[in-house]
Design a protein around this ligand. Structure first.
Ligand code: RIB
Ligand code: CA
Length: 309
């Protein structure tokens, strides 16, 4: 079976970590590179974290390139308690053996896409869209050369998670999201309407933990940390594992239901900064965006377990 070539742009982050472990172990995906962005934690930490996770997964064949330190315009804003001070929950930081690769994350995305046939390299964006926006500024033709683009971001029916109306990734860099969504690049957004359907229940965490591999133990630890935070801060019991969704969709599109739409982002109002206005009254044949509306959570966790086994 042909593997889907993929770049993951992320801000690890505990749910980014589970998504990375899925990608590192998936038989459906060929992870060409990981690029990092400041978001859940400062860039130095998200980049070290990506290198730590790569070492734990035994995938030092995959280069990690550091990308944008800060949003296009706004001040950097971490997500603090949701990911812990070091960005990977309770995991004790260590200095990974393999260093960060030369070259900015934006250059890594452009080089990887330009070196292959148009449409063959997919991109999953699991943090603020700053690197993708910068890449499109540098080479607008990227919008025609990229393969499927799956982005974790956006708030509609479920409301927001960083403010009442906005989801963190889009809120952190609304100008970047605005440039990406206006660029003509066809993108699929996995907002909270979909990711809130994919939750780490006790049974699912226990199933992953029982696999016994280093990747599985790390993924389970990430989800356990989120479980504690969910109980303490949100008052829930099973945390959504947001960032797994775009990566799972690239491996198994059948696991999600999508609707054609046109998405616009609020960049002017402070009250609704980062809100994603999703317009479904579009011509399905010409609609530029897709909004994920349903998820097969059992299927997603079975895919994760398969990859971490
Ligand atoms: O709102 C959820 C998103 O914000 C996820 O990508 C999580 O990692 C945080 O960055
Ligand atoms: Ca993230």
């Amino acid at each position: 079976m042909n593997k889907q070539a993929l770049i993951i742009d992320c801000d690890p982050g505990v749910d980014d970590a589970v998504a990375l472990m899925l990608a590192f172990g998936s038989s459906e995906l060929d992870l060409l590179a990981v690029t990092t962005v400041g978001g859940n934690a400062p860039l130095a930490k998200t980049t070290r974290n990506a290198r730590m996770l790569r070492q734990i997964a035994g995938r030092e064949d995959v280069p990690v390139h550091a990308g944008a330190e800060r949003p296009l315009r706004r001040k950097p804003a971490g997500a603090g308690a949701f990911h812990g001070d070091e960005g990977l929950g309770s995991l004790t930081p260590f200095e990974p053996a393999k260093t960060v690769a030369d070259g900015h994350g934006v250059d890594a995305i452009l080089n990887a896409v330009n070196a292959r046939e148009p449409g063959t390299v997919a991109l999953a964006v699991l943090g603020p869209m700053t690197n993708l926006a910068l890449a499109l500024r540098r080479e607008p033709m990227l919008a025609r050369r990229l393969g499927p683009v799956a982005i974790m971001g956006g708030a509609r029916g479920e409301g927001g998670n960083i403010t009442p109306s906005a989801e963190f990734n889009v809120w952190a860099d609304p100008e970047a999201a605005d440039e990406v969504l206006r660029s003509g690049l066809p993108v699929t957004l996995f907002g909270l309407d979909a990711t809130h359907q994919v939750r780490a229940t006790e049974d699912r965490i226990a199933t992953i933990a029982a696999l016994g591999t280093a990747s599985a133990e790390t993924a389970a630890a990430m989800m356990r940390f989120s479980q504690t935070v969910e109980r303490e801060i949100v008052g829930g019991d099973a945390p959504p594992v947001h960032d797994v969704c775009p990566v799972a969709w690239l491996a198994r599109p059948d696991l999600f239901g999508l609707r054609p739409c046109r998405i616009a982002v609020e960049t002017q109002s402070e009250l609704t900064r980062g809100h994603t206005a999703v317009e479904f009254r579009v011509d399905p044949d010409t609609a530029p965006h897709r909004w994920a509306v349903s998820a097969d959570a059992d299927g997603v966790f079975a895919l994760v377990a398969e990859a971490l086994r």
